[in-house]
Design a protein around this ligand. Structure first.
Ligand SMILES: [Fe+2]
Length: 197
């Protein structure tokens, strides 16, 4: 592995998302069928109480031209560019490891609310760094927070998708462009946040 597995987050230096791509995202967000959420229900247990999580109501590729732009302008090792939108009216986007990537780069268009934060967790009895993709850690009562970061809108934030993470306080719904990458060695990074020993 030629990257640092214990890097939690960092800022990626790159030009802003171009207008045509931002417009495409806004158009797609406006077309989301809110009924879909009924098919994607996920319940979380927090302090012994069950609550519906703020799952993705949209998770879709943004097109070959978006991928081409990202590979030219952010990093040639990016292999997927997707729109993610969460269900408004829910507080927690459930804790998980990422499905298809080791790291993701998040570009937020709407952050979901002023108190939003991304929290990394260790699951009781497990290592911090997880090799399994797509863990859904629905029971917060067996998770210990280990770090939290606030992602600002319209910057590129690298997140370690191999450590369980979730987003809290997103009642307004969150819309973001998500770039998948596994080899981060070519990224121009600043503001690195590491796992505390
Ligand atoms: Fe994630």
């Amino acid at each position: 592995m030629n990257y640092d597995m214990e890097l939690l987050s960092a800022l990626v230096q790159a030009d802003a998302v171009p207008e045509w791509l931002e417009s495409r995202v806004k158009q797609q967000v406006s077309q989301i069928d809110r009924e879909v959420e009924k098919n994607t229900e996920r319940f979380l247990t927090i302090n012994g109480e069950r609550e519906p999580g703020a799952n993705d109501i949209a998770d879709r590729p943004l097109g070959d031209d978006a991928l081409e732009w990202a590979r030219d302008c952010i990093c040639s090792d990016i292999y997927e560019v997707r729109l993610h939108s969460t269900i408004p009216g829910r507080n927690h986007f459930g804790a998980h490891t990422d499905c298809t990537r080791d790291f993701s780069i998040i570009y937020l268009l709407e952050d979901g609310g002023p108190e939003q934060e991304t929290v990394f967790y260790r699951e009781h009895g497990k290592s911090v760094l997880r090799t399994e993709k797509r863990i859904w850690a629905d029971n917060y009562d067996i998770l210990t927070p280990i770090a939290s970061v606030k992602i600002d809108v319209k910057n590129y934030t690298l997140l370690n998708g191999m450590i369980i993470h979730g987003v809290n306080n997103v009642p307004e719904g969150r819309n973001q462009i998500q770039f998948s990458i596994s080899d981060i060695s070519k990224l121009k990074l600043s503001h690195r946040v590491y796992l505390a020993k």
